[in-house]
Each structure stands twice: as C-alpha cells, then as structure tokens.
Design a binder for this molecule. Structure first.
Ligand SMILES: [Ca+2]
Ligand SMILES: [Ca+2]
Length: 261
C-alpha cells in the first residue's frame, strides 16, 4: 500500500513539472526561452557578419511582427551575452530613436525596478546610457560605475536575411562578470527588450513581452541559460517528450504494483 502511495505521488510530481517551472519567477506567461551556447562565431558590428552568425540562437516566443531579437552566449573566460535586434519597421535615422534592454540579474521581479536591475538604452545618436533601479523606478542619473569594456554595441541601417528592406539592426555584447552577473538567479534572469521609431510616434514603443513596461519587472520575460548549444529540434518538444515518457513509465509501474499487491 505504501508503494502504491509513493508511485501515485511520483505521477503527480512529474505531471506537475511544467506548472512548477512557470511558478519559479513572476514574469509574463509564455515569455520564456533558452539562452544557448554559441556554435557559430559572432562579431558585434551591427549586421549579419556571416550567413550563419545568428542561426544558432533561439528566437523567443510571442514575438511582435515589428521586430525580432535573438541572443546566445560565448566563451572562453567570462560569459558574454550576445544580442541581435532587428527593428523591421524603422527605416529612418532619427535622434529620437531608441533600442533598450531591461535586465533583472537576480530575477526577483517587483512592481518597480529594483536596485539590482539595469536599463541599457541606445539612442539614435549612437549613445549608450545605463540606468540602475532604485526600488521605486529608474534612477535619473546614469549609472557609470562599470568597466566600459564590459559593454559593446553596434548599429546599422541595412537589410538582412530576415528582412530585405533596410531597417535598423542592433548588436549588443555584455560581459556577465561583475555588475552583470546572473549566477544568483540560477542563470535565469528577467529580461525585456524594446525599441521606438521617432518617425512613427503613433506606433508607440514596441516591446517584448508585447506591451510590457520598463517600469514593471514582474511583467518581463525570462531567459534560461544552458551549458549547451541549440539542438536542431525545438527543446520544448524534447522536454514534452521526456515528461510524457516519464509519466508513461511511472503509470505502467503503478499498474504493475497494483497487480502484485
Ligand atoms: Ca554581426
Ligand atoms: Ca527612425
């Protein structure tokens, strides 16, 4: 009888795994993706340096139609976060344009930016400014207490293999040592990306997750690091298959135990 109870508990545990994963952090439902180790070389130059430069990086789910973004990490030494952002609907060079990344290294969410949170803001005059959370918002004074070499970006108004009409392409590199370390979050930080075309103000700020705010970390997405390169099949399919197979095995064991008892 005790074995029967134990096996039944295992069935409930395995079938509840997806729900447990969703409850780890307060974040936008469905906006989670995998941050894979790069297979192909990447150069931060504001364009697809090679035809395969970004084919080994996952595109997060629930992407708006106005842009696409991807990221992957590289070694050796420090972990480097490499980001590609293509703003398909911005074809004009305006000083009011911006691209930004909000980053929650501790993945502790919050209804306002916390003191571990950062906002990387690149404006249309090719200027990168970093802001730090205060617990109630973003500091109005730029954050400058970091090593300049830990951040790098490049932008270009060009066409790519994802979209043949010239549009803004951004590449961003962040050295995850020091200020940008995410090990405290189990390598699963909160993240949000956004862009704005000053020539099209009625479209407003475009963001992932869609319609999310830089001031609400609990509504950002979650990036989960993997010490592996991206497989050729969707990882969600593989995880689903493993979970389903586990359930089948345990259920079969349950009935075998029942027949013995
Ligand atoms: Ca490049
Ligand atoms: Ca523009």
């Amino acid at each position: 009888m005790r074995r029967t109870i134990l096996v039944a508990f295992c069935i409930i545990f395995l079938c509840a795994l997806p729900l447990e994963a969703a409850l780890v952090n307060a974040s936008r439902t469905g906006c989670t993706f995998t941050f894979w180790l790069a297979t192909n070389d990447v150069t931060t130059d504001g364009k697809w340096t090679t035809s395969t430069e970004w084919t080994d990086a996952e595109t997060p789910p629930l992407m708006p139609s106005t842009f696409v973004w991807r990221e992957k990490w590289t070694m050796p030494g420090d972990i480097f976060q490499n980001v590609l952002f293509e703003f398909f609907t911005d074809h004009t060079n305006d000083t009011g344009d911006f691209f930004q990344i909000c980053f929650d290294p501790a993945a502790n969410g919050g209804a306002a930016p916390q003191t571990d949170d950062f906002l990387f803001n690149i404006t249309g005059n090719s200027k990168l400014t970093v802001y730090k959370g205060t617990g109630t918002g973003w500091s109005t004074t730029p954050y400058t207490s970091y090593t300049a070499a830990t951040l790098k970006f490049a932008e270009m108004l060009t066409n790519t293999q994802l979209n043949q009409t010239p549009h803004w392409v951004y590449e961003f590199l962040l050295d995850r040592a020091g200020d940008w370390d995410v090990s405290g979050a189990g390598y699963a930080p909160g993240i949000r990306v956004a862009a704005y075309d000053a020539s099209n103000p009625t479209a407003g700020v475009q963001s992932w997750p869609s319609n999310s705010l830089a001031t609400n970390p609990s509504d950002w997405g979650v990036e989960t690091g993997q010490y592996a390169s991206m497989p050729e099949f969707p990882i969600a399919t593989a995880l689903g298959a493993i979970t389903l197979l586990s359930c089948v095995v345990v259920v079969a064991g349950f009935f075998v135990q029942k027949r013995k008892s």
